[in-house]
Every structure is written in C-alpha cells, then in structure tokens.
Write a protein that binds this ligand. Structure first.
Ligand SMILES: NC(=O)c1ccc[n+]([C@@H]2O[C@H](COP(=O)([O-])OP(=O)(O)OC[C@H]3O[C@@H](n4cnc5c(N)ncnc54)[C@H](OP(=O)(O)O)[C@@H]3O)[C@@H](O)[C@H]2O)c1
Length: 198
C-alpha cells in the first residue's frame, strides 16, 4: 500500500528583522530609510535574509519606499476590504479583516509560507507583538543616536526595545559585530518553556 502523503499546512514562523539606532529608533521620521543611515554591512546582511525568506510582511509605506514587483510581499493596509493581489507576488490585506491563517492559505499556491519576515514599520511590529506572533528577532544596532523618531515598538521604554522584548519572554541567543565601527547584530528567541521535574 502506498504511503499517505501529508498535506497538513505548516504554521509560518515569523522573524522580525530591523535596524535601530542606539536609542531604539528605526528612523528619525517616516521616509528616513535604512539605506540612508545604516551600514553597508547591515544592508548586505538584510538583503541575504530577505532573499532566503518565503514572504516578507510590511506596512504600505515601507513597501512603497522600495517597491519591487519581484519580491514576495504581504502588504498591510486598512484600505483593503478584502485581500487583493497587486501582482503575482504581492498580496495587500487588512489583517483585521483577513486573519493570518487565511493569508497563509492565499500565499500557499505561490510559495508555502514557512519562513516569513516582519519588516515594519512600527505599526506592523506592534501588530505581530500584540498577537504573540513573533518567533524570533534579528536586531542590528548602528552606532548612531537619533534622540527621537519612529520606535521599533510603540510601547518600548526610553532605554529602547530590548527590555520590552525581554518582558515578553525573549532571550538573546547570539551577538556579533558586523564591522569595526561597532554595528551590532543580535538575535532573540523565545525562552524554552521550563520542563517540570518528574
Ligand atoms: N529601520 C528599520 O529596520 C525599518 C523597518 C521598517 C521600516 N522602516 C522605515 O520606516 C518608514 C515606514 O514606516 P511607517 O511607520 O511610516 O509606515 P509603515 O508601517 O511601513 O506603513 C504604514 C501603513 O501601513 C498600514 N498598516 C500599518 N500597520 C497596520 C495594521 N496593523 N493593520 C493594517 N494596516 C496597517 C497602513 O496603511 P494604510 O494607510 O494604507 O491603511 C499604514 O498607514 C520608512 O521610512 C521605512 O524605510 C525602517
């Protein structure tokens, strides 16, 4: 008898990828894009992560700042009453009207959404954090301070986003420098649940 093939849908894993200033901002203002201030090393690392991902989720403005029809994207917009394919690779949705599970079903015929990136801006980070749908964070910190701007998360403390991540159960898993000017790359993941002793 032939072995049955599993058709069970895979739950996507979401990795938030961002570059921040030392005081935790993703830019001074909307339109202050990372290519204008982040290091070449960060930009190379970021491009490699995007290339390797199945899908990238982002806000409408982030998409419009660098529209590339060949990139597989899910673009959040409250203007979308129902999901809309802008082209064969780019789905526009309002996540309040179209749940993530439905979004995954729509993506599947194009590419199975196993490894997905959350690419901002702040409102999109907030949305995934509030629903505990961030599995991993890849955070690059550049040696610049903005003093004010767009935070990584709306509710982060003045010291920056890391203590907020720790409060939400993330632990740092790795840290390395990307260059000799002090650009720091860190990854955060969920702490493994404690195993009860027998
Ligand atoms: N440093 C970094 O790592 C990083 C990361 C990402 C972005 N950025 C920068 O940040 C800037 C863009 O950020 P931004 O905050 O201005 O804009 P954004 O988050 O890219 O886009 C904002 C728009 O996305 C939609 N949106 C956001 N959250 C939503 C939600 N929860 N539900 C439904 N729709 C939602 C809305 O679109 P509608 O208005 O159509 O409803 C909203 O007006 C750019 O300059 C970009 O380069 C930096």
């Amino acid at each position: 008898m032939a072995a049955a093939t599993s058709t069970r849908a895979v739950t996507p894993a979401f990795t938030l990828v961002a570059v921040v200033s030392t005081d935790g901002f993703i830019g001074r203002y909307s339109g202050h894009d990372p290519p204008a201030w982040a290091s070449a090393e960060e930009q190379i690392h970021f491009a490699a992560l995007v290339d390797a991902a199945d899908w990238s989720f982002m806000g409408r403005v982030t998409h419009e700042r660098a529209p590339r029809a060949s990139r597989r994207r899910v673009v959040f917009s409250r203007r979308e009453e129902r999901p809309r394919w802008a082209n064969p690779n780019q789905l526009f949705v309002d996540p309040e009207r179209t749940p993530l599970e439905r979004v995954s079903e729509l993506l599947r015929p194009v590419r199975e959404p196993r490894h997905c990136l959350v690419l901002g801006g702040t409102g999109v980070h907030d949305w995934f954090l509030a629903r505990s749908r961030i599995d991993r964070v890849v955070l690059t910190t550049e040696p610049v301070s903005f003093g004010a701007g767009m935070p990584l998360f709306t509710d982060q403390p003045i010291a920056g986003p890391v203590s907020l991540l720790e409060d939400r159960g993330f632990v740092r898993q790795s840290m390395r420098l990307l260059n000799d000017r002090g650009t720091r790359l860190e990854t955060y993941g969920r702490a493994a649940p404690a195993v009860a002793s027998p």
